[in-house]
Design a protein around this ligand. Sequence first.
Ligand SMILES: [Zn+2]
Length: 180
Amino acid sequence: MTKKGRKSETKLQQWLNHFSERVDYSRFQRGMSLYNDHHVHGFQVFPNHFECQIEGLQDTYEVRGYYRLENGIPLLNDYEVVCSCPDEKPICKHGVCATMYFILNELTAEQNDTEDRVLRERSAQIEEPLKKLQQKVASQTSSILELHSFRGSRNIQNKDYIETVHTRVVSVMDELKKRQ
Ligand SMILES: [Zn+2]
């Protein structure tokens, strides 16, 4: 990840959290595991869509995502991801995996400085703690006790939001630990 992309990193992770609310929870967890285990291949980004292959347990699937950017962030309502697997849900685990790759690996590297100051200040209050939580998941080495300390912070305005993300993150960590 480049330094240049760091400013908008938290916004993208926030986007990912909103996205996760639209996905069946077990699919979200499995998609995240696939992402963490590097199951994404041949990722290609085009102006309004991306393509890649996700290596599943049974087979390798073709995934395409369609998006429209606003200030470097995909509009959630215009975002669509389709997969060649037989899953009938609108977003399957491969779609989750590809989306995470797109957001965390591709968009962060291409971000420019279009964010305004208000968003940056909000970022310090709300999104920084989220970013820390996300990094804990990425490293998979943190203690859950440490995560809990974020909940007590008085600087966090939107406690319910943090709470939701925290719960999600902890259960994903548990899931990942079980698999190791
Ligand atoms: Zn799929």
